[in-house]
Structure formats: structure tokens, C-alpha cells
Design a binder for this molecule. Sequence first.
Ligand code: CEZ
Length: 794
Amino acid sequence: MTKDKLASASNDGERFNLYCAKALPQATAFLWNRVMLVQLNCRGYAVAQHMQPEPGKYSHGPMLEQRTFMQPEQAYYEHHPGRFVYIKDEADSSLFSAPHDPVRATADAFEFSAGKSDVRWRVSNNAIDVELCAQLPVDEAAELWRITVTNTGSNRRSLSVYPSFTIGYMSWMNQSAQYDERIGGIVACSITPYQKLEDYEKIRSLKDCTFLLHDTDPDAWETSRMAFEGEGGLRYPDGVRAETLDNGDAIYESPIASLQYRITLAPGESREFRFLFGPARNHDDIMKLRERYLQPGGFEQELDAHRRYLQNGHASLNVTTPDGELDHFINHWLSRQVLYHGQLNRLTTDPQTRNYLQDAMGMAYIAPRYTRDAIVTALSQQDDNGGMPEGVILKNGASLKYINQIPHTDHCVWLPICLHAYLNETGDTALLAERVTGHTDGAPLTVFDRITNAMQWLVNNRDERGLSLIAQGDWCDPMNMVGHHGKGVSGWLSLATIYALKLWNEIAGSIGELDVATRLQSAIDESTAAVQKYLWDGEWFARGITDDGRSFGVSDDSEGSLFLNPQTWAIMAGVASTEQCRRMIDAIDERLATPYGMMLLAPSFTHMHEDIGRITQKFPGTAENGSVYNHAAMFYIHALYGMGDGERAFDELRKSIPSLDEDDLRRRGQIPVFVPNYYRGAYHQHPRTAGRSSQLFNTGAASWLYRIVIEQLFGLCGSRDGLQITPQLPLHWMQARVTREFRGATFVVEYRREAQTQELVVEVDGVRQPDNTIRTITPGQEYHVNVLLPMVSA
Ligand code: CEZ
């Protein structure tokens, strides 16, 4: 264990370690498999969800919980669900718990170690070392836990070890728990509460049991939370204070799974215990899990299987630059986060269409087959009128829920964007001719025709001025009151529509569909003129115009006066003149910049604006109300690279990842194993909390960042002709090396910046490539590419 640093990557880069339980109390890592997700906090708290097929929980808080999505800045509290191990020294009854909570004793050494397929802790307290390791199988909902206790001192020690896993308040209708010798563990049973008769069919097949199975028989156990805690509470439970646990049951009492092992350890001696924790339907299912995972070698096999499951996400890119922290993040964590989105769809059965398509976009660089399927799946659910549904249904019987019942008008925009990335990567224009039968229209239209219809939907979704109607939201979910009367328009969507139409025209043109291109061009021209006429505010573009005709996101507004997205997309859409770009970027630098990236808007709203909506009710500096919302920050970085402003772009890119600088790490409170959905903004309004991570790893930022890194920073961008190399490395990088898989071949690219180089030169085996494009690509082959860069940007 390294003690002088607060955190560091392991030497092989496979893990990221945090060496203090108190400095970043919210820090988390996450694991997933095909059916579940668990976010593990450094101090022992856990948020686990599994699909059945809708997300369900098996480890609950102490009171009835409302079903919600994952919470930003998750508030952990003493009784928050967790996985804890109490260790009592039998000689003097002194107590600590691993990893840290609930006892909160200061450890002699602490390590929280995020791996890709497991999360581990190592805690030393008074010459006792406790190692915890959590991993998941690939196909089933279960946590596999290994707990190793070692005597590192020179005296013989008698200890009681109590793994204590939260089960919590399961149901007000029916809940109980008991130790079951036959099954070898604790089983808690419940009935998911329901009232409607028609819900009985659904709830009868739910996994309403929670089990904790052991590989070693315990000396005692407790299954009632109250009996376990008694007067001492979780910090010094009566159960632990007593000589032995009471072997109690829980009958309509809130359960806990606590086991006691009384062990004696000679100096240097270790004991290992293995446990399975998770949800199940019944005893038979639990027995099957025991047979599968608790047999000798079961955990090891599953760890290998899980590593294979993730393998896809690590092969496509490897970078070595002067910035080791960035390398570590890109090589080890970014593609993993992209893969998580692609494999799990944020644990929903009806992902928002925009999320589904952008997450699929990231998969183009990892497993393009997935992107192809996602485009087809989304298009098969297109509405008759060319519009896209709010969400894409992924499971039979699933329905559009929550936010997907609210009309947003941007979903079509993401089709050409996702497809463009896919075509760059694969050159698979055959997809455009593929027929997709629509669920609602039953028509076997081609992908090309379907996306053309979606573009036409965007054209139709404009008012008489040529501005795009917003209904109850666009990319910004909670902007629900700008246009609910049917008149309000979105500045961002007007620009995004222009961008999408232009992209589509480019694709249509490239396959000779010139009619479509000509038809859409007039809409592009109209909208461009309208945006300039109605939305340019002198220094930047407005965010929109409300139902009552009020422009907002303009310099006259006292709050929410400048929004990042319209400026970004005006650049991306090629709508802004050079002079406008200069003004917008000056305003952004002046009003939105923070050390953690650009805020989504400023100043953050401090009260409800009834003509804008729910976004203004979010706390200033959180989420869409002016945080550093990384998804939007990525759009901006993408636009900056698009303009050729690589220096500014890199600066922003770098701010999106927590650095290992201690102050920065403490402030963000997050370890760099994912790019979070947001860092707190409201930089001038609430400086104390600015920079704090949301700890949410569900975000469109991951796929965009991956794309930016590959196509723009390193400039390894696929095209119809092959691999185009147009890097924009920061000027202070004198060299870099990248290995990238592309269309089945491997490219080993060496970048060098040299005084004598006047312009970008790309050579393969010493031969200069015209247009810096490698045209002949043979799958299976390895290409050695030299890229020479001038000392100043072009
Ligand atoms: O969710 C995201 C959406 O999943 O917000 C983005 C949007 O583009 C994504 O599709 C920006 O609005 O209040 C809300 O409903 C929020 O909008 C959340 O659902 C939001 C959160 O940040 C969750 O991560």
C-alpha cells in the first residue's frame, strides 16, 4: 500500500486505488454484468439493481423507498444499504468494521481498489488485515464476496468476524428472514407490495428473496435488524457486543444478514470466507447459485468469464502520451464506460431514444455490429410520420415510462449523428439499403428512407419562421414549459436540426441521392436565416423563444442568460460566422469557464421561471441548471476541434477528468474511473461546492469523449476512403504513440513534433500518404504509421 499518496493507478494500470476512507467519502466504483449493476462506495455502502426485467433492488434502506433512477451525489447515511464486516477482538472487545462504516474507526492503512471486473478493499487495524473483494458473475444477479482476515502481528489473536449485509425494509405486506442450514445461509423473503389485481401476474414472478450464502458454516447468526442493532445501533450493535449472535429469525421484521465466525489466528495466519449475496425467486434458485459459484474454483472461473465479457471494450485503442494520467483513463476506463452503456443500456428496458443512439455511437469504436443493430432497432420503432418515439423498447412487454411519457422533439437529430460515426468507422454503406419493417407502419422501408423521413419530420417540426418547436423538451429533458402550448421554439434544436440535415445531405450526396439533398437544402437555408434573424443576440445565440414570444438565454436575462449548447451547435452546424464564433467563445470564456470545465449555463436559475420549466427548479449548479454537464461539455470540445482550435479543446477535455492533484481530487470527490454526468457548477454563486462530482456514470459524455479522443485529438478518423489522419495534439506534446484497431487491421501510429516539419506528414512504412489518408487496408495486417507535426498549429 502506498501511504504518502492519496490515490494512484496501479503500476500495470489495471486498477485505481484510493488510500483514505475519509478524504473522498463519496468515491465509488461500479461493476456490471448482463443483468445487474452495483455501485460500491469506498466506505462500504452499495447501490445494487438487477433486471427482472425492470430494475429491482434486493438490499434496501430502512424505510419504504420510492422507486427512482440512480441519485446524483448519492447521499449515504448510517443505515444506507451496504456490505460490512465487523471485527471484534475477543481479548478486549475492541471493534472496527471494514471497509470503514458503520464503526468508522481510523484504520492504520486503507486501500479502496477499483478494478475492471472486481472491487477490493484492504484495511489494517491493530495488526489485523481485512481484505474484501467483490465481483459479479456474467449472467446472473449475484454478488460474489471474498473476505480474508490475516493476523499480521506477532501475537496469537482471537477474533469474531461478522459479515453483515443490509437487506433492509423489503415490503410492508410481507417480510421475514431466517437462517437455513440446508441452504447454507440466510434467506429473507418478501412480497412486493401491490394493490391492483392485474399486477398479481407481474409480482408473482419477481425475485422477492434476498440471500446470503456462505462457504463456511458460521458459529452464529442474526437475521433481524432490530435484534442485531439493539440499543447500540449500527456503530456498536448489541449483537456484536454480546458473546454470540442470537440465531434469531425475523418475522414481519426488517431483516439483516449477519453471520459470526469465531476464529483464532496465529501470527501470519489467514482465513478466507466466501459469500454469495443477491436476489432470487425461491429456494431452488438459491441452491443452483450455490452449486454454481460456491464450488471450489467457482469465483476464479467467473472472474475469468467476466474479464472475457469486458474484453471487447479494451482492444480498440491504446495510447502513450506525455500525460500519464490521461493515458490511464483512456486506456483503462473510458472504453469500459462506453462498453457499459452499450451492454446495459443504463439498466432500462426503454432507454431514451437520444441516449440509446448516442450510447450506440460510442460502441462504433468498440463493437460496430452493436451500433448497426441499435440503428435498426431504433428505426423499426419509428412513428408513421417519420418521428422517433421517446424511448426504444428493448424487452417484450416493456413500455415507455417516466420521462419517456413526455414529448421531446430532438430524437430524430441523433440518427444521422450516430450513423455518421458508424459509417466513418466501418464504411458499411450497405446498411443504408437495408430494409427495416416498422412496428407501427409495417412498411419495409430502407434505412436510408427511414432516416430521410426522420429528417423530414424535423423539417416539419418548425414554425412559420423556420425555427424548431420544442414541445416539452429537447436534449434538455427538464425544459418542459417553453413550448407546451405548441408555439415555443428551441434555439438549440433549430441549430441541431441544421446540423443533422447537413450531415444527412452529406451522406445522401455520397451515395448519389441528390434529390433528397436538394430538397433538404432549402430547409437548411430557411432555418439558417431564421436562426440568424431571431436568435442572434449580439454576442451569442439565444436558447429559445417561449410560447409567449419571449427570447431567453439572452443578455437581458438576469439568470440563465448564456447557454452553452446553442453556441456549440452553431459552430458545429457551420451557422456562425468567424466573427460570431469569436464573440461566442469570448462570452463563454468569460461567463461559463470553471477549473472543472464549461458550465451548461450561467448564471444558474435561482427560482422557478414558469415559461422555461422544471430545469429552473433544480438546485443552482446541479445537473442542467448550470453544472459542468459533461455531455454538453463534450459537444463543445467536439466543436472546438471541428474549428481547429485544438489547444482550447484539449484544455477543456483535460478538465473533464479528475486529476491526481490532491486538491482537485478532494474537491471533485471522485476517482478517475469514469467521466461523471456532471460536476457542480454555479461557480460564482456557490463556490464552496463547485467541482463536486455527481458520481453518476450514466452519461452521453462517455461516448462523445471516446469519439473525440479517437477522431479529433489523435485524428484517426475513418472515412469512405480509408483512415484519415488529422491529429490535433496539444502543442506541448512532442511525441505520442497510439495503437488503434480499425476495420480489422492494427495501426501503430508514432507522432513526432519537429522543428524542421512545416506541415502534417503521414507515412506508412516510409511512404508518404496523399491527403494524409491510408487507403489500402487489409484486415489482419499491422501498419506502422509515422506522423510528423510542425511546432505550431496549422
Ligand atoms: O437525464 C439526462 C437524460 O438521460 O439529461 C440529459 C438528457 O439529454 C438525457 O437524455 C439532459 O437533459 O430532470 C431530468 O429528468 C433529468 O434530465 C435527468 O433525467 C437527467 C439526469 O441528469 C440523469 O442522469
